[in-house]
Design a binder for this molecule. Sequence first.
Ligand code: FPP
Length: 252
Amino acid sequence: MAFWNRKKNPAAGEGVDLSRLPRHVGIIMDGNGRWAKKRGLPRTAGHAAGAETFRTIAYYCRDIGIPYLTVYAFSTENWKRPAEEVSAIMDLLGKYLQEVLEKMERDGFRVRFFGDLDPLPPALRGLCLQAEEKAAGLTGQRHQVNICLNYGGRDEILRAARAWGREVLAGRQSIDDLTDEVFSRYLDSRGMPDPDLIIRPSGELRLSNFLPWQSAYAELYFTDVLWPDFTPGVLDQALLAYQGRQRRFGGV
Ligand code: FPP
C-alpha cells in the first residue's frame, strides 16, 4: 500500500516480501514474568520491558506497512494475579496511554480497545475512552493498533450475543438473518479484517482466549523468545514463515 512510509526505516522487513504482508497481525505478549525472573528482577520489571517492546513493534509494523496490529495486554483472567502486579500493569498502561494520546495524531496511529472496559480503574478507563474518541476524529489512513484490555474471547462473543439479542427484541434484527458477517458487526473488532497471523512468544502453544472468533483461519506462529526480547528481527522471522504458508481457507 502506497501510503505507508517505508523510507523511515530502510532496514524494515529485510528478506520479507513487503508486497505480501499480512493485513492484520495479532500478538500475545507473553513471557514478561519469566524474562524478569531470569534476571533476578521483580515481575513488574518484565512488564515494563514488555511495554517498551510493544512500542518498538507497533512502530515497526507501521513502518513496514502492516495496517492492523492487535495485542493482548490484559485478559479477563489476569485479575487473579497478586494485587501489586495488577496495579503495576495498570500504571504502565496508564503511562503508555498518555503517550498514545500525545503522539497518535502526529505518528499516524489510531487506537481502539477490545474488551470490557467497565471494571478498569476509572482513571485508566477514562484515558481509554479519551483515546478512542480522539482516534475517531482522526482522518486519513493510519496504522490501527488494538489493545486487548480486560479482554477474553468468550466474553467478547457473549457481549456481542447480548447486544445482538437486544436488537432482535427491539425488532431491528431478525434471527433468520443472522450470518457470520452480521454477527461480526457486534464484536469488538467490528469493521476490521480478521487477523492473518497470530504470534505467541515465550514457548506456550495455545491461544488462551485470544480472538477465538476472528482467528478461525489465522496462521499461527510460536517462538521461544520471551516478549521483552522480541525484536523487529523476530517479527521478520514470523513474517517469513507466514509467507511460506499456503492459505486455502477450506478450499483446495
Ligand atoms: C504476559 O506475561 C503479560 C501480561 C499479562 C501483561 C502484558 C502487559 C504489558 C506488556 C504492559 C503494558 C502493555 C501495553 C500495551 C503498553 P506473563 O506475566 O504471563 O509472563 P510469564 O508467563 O513469563 O509469567
